[in-house]
Write a protein that binds this ligand. Structure first.
Ligand code: GLN
Length: 182
């Protein structure tokens, strides 16, 4: 198993560390050449979605990434990665993300919450995070914090508004692995 991590910008190294800890090989996608390598799944990290979107287009990666996901490549988007998959960006998931959704005061916070499919509370670090304002057909809501949807799944696509790669708990990455193997 080999997982590609989009490494144009943002918290990509933290995902690599997380995957190392659960014994999964990964490599970085920095350009269209890297994209050609064999991959069993893709991670889109947190960062700044406007910058990431621009880089995806500038590097001519936008269409290849979207087509691969629509053809069934499993994908896990965290924070800005969640925004990238929503209907206004790559458009592969039937979700609408609300950016910087918690206002200035609550933009960044830590909590522990329930996550459907993981049978204990998991740590959740939010950094100028989005939430999912609405979901459409085929979307399964996995976590709700203070009334806002912060994790969801649609087929082989997984998104979290928080950053599981910034805490010690590997549960969400392991959940993604299970998804890939289903
Ligand atoms: N606020 C960022 C955006 O809108 C997301 C923040 C993050 O990924 N930590 O893209």
């Amino acid at each position: 198993m080999k997982i590609a991590i989009l490494a144009l910008q943002g918290a990509f190294e933290e995902h690599r560390q997380m995957l190392l800890r659960i014994g999964v090989e990964s490599f970085f996608i920095r350009n269209a050449n890297d994209w050609q390598q064999h991959k069993d799944a893709l991670i889109i990290p947190g960062g700044e979605s406007t910058t990431m979107l621009k880089l995806l287009r500038d590097l001519s990666l936008f269409d290849s990434v979207r087509d691969a996901i629509l053809s069934g490549l499993p994908v896990f988007g965290t924070c800005a990665g969640l925004i990238m998959l929503d209907s206004n960006h790559l458009g592969t998931m039937n979700i609408d993300a609300k950016r910087n959704a918690y206002g200035r005061q609550l933009g960044s916070f830590f909590t522990e919450g329930d996550f459907k499919g993981i049978d204990r509370k998991i740590p959740m670090t939010f950094i100028r995070a989005p939430y999912i304002a609405s979901t459409g057909e085929g979307v399964d809501v996995l976590s709700i914090i203070d009334g806002n949807i912060v994790a969801a799944r649609q087929g082989k696509q997984l998104v979290t508004a928080f950053h599981p790669e910034l805490n010690d708990d590997t549960a969400v990455h392991e959940y993604f692995l299970k998804m890939i193997n289903e």
